[in-house]
Design a protein around this ligand. Sequence first.
Ligand code: 6PG
Length: 271
Amino acid sequence: MDTSGVNRSRLPREVLPGVFVFPDAAEVAHGAARRFVDCAWQAIARYSQFHVALSGGSTPRELFRLLASSEFRSQVDWPRVHLFWGDERAVPPDSPDSNYGMARRELLLRVPIPLANVHRMEAEDPQIGRAAHNYEIVLRRLLRLDDRGFPILDLLFLGMGPDGHTASLFPGSPLLRETTRWVSTPLVAKMNNARRMTLTLPVLEAAENILFLIAGPEKAPALRDVLSNRTQPPLPAQMVQPRHGQRSSDLGFSCFSALFLGAVLTNRSII
Ligand code: 6PG
């Protein structure tokens, strides 16, 4: 704690433009919650609605709890928020593996968001191809389009696996070369051909603001490769190159085009 009473060891460090390292996962979640609020205010001021896609996996759990907490819940105009998902597993919504299910338990049941504003991927549908098409129809109905005709999310949360996958875009997948479809249903070989539903790379890249939340030392090697552009072919998380949005560090904690919030390394050096 310095003379100003600020505990500087808890503050994030910007180690590369748009790459913030936090002391731990709890601080990553706090940084992400602040970002959610800022992006919500900006989008609602500009478009009277806020379209945000949530990431899956375990890392966003703390963020969801924080957004539902007394510290953040009242800062968001929830009736103007529309929730989407970047990807989903082919499991029922009440399954412990459901990305929607986790968000419902930790966030949706605790904030005043209208059910009509919650747009989950129905990846458990036996006709998952039709469900993916229906999801594209929902995106087309609600989101504005960019100059290439892809839907623009105001904020997109993404995670990253130790192999550098993001959403359900895995290394070596032919889906990484997708240029037209918005939603796809890959079989993930390395997960015993588990079926997934995922937004495609052009849709991820069309987002106004992209926020990668990455926590855990097991992800350090992949994050180093992603940030140093060392890998050929590039890892999926490395391939997400935002097409929109203004990037300027003087905005402080407002919206950037792409940011990495991470607590991945004990020795706190990324490259
Ligand atoms: C999923 C995800 C996936 C996730 C990473 C990180 O459905 O699994 O969307 O891309 O973000 O695998 O997962 P963890 O946060 O659990 O490490």
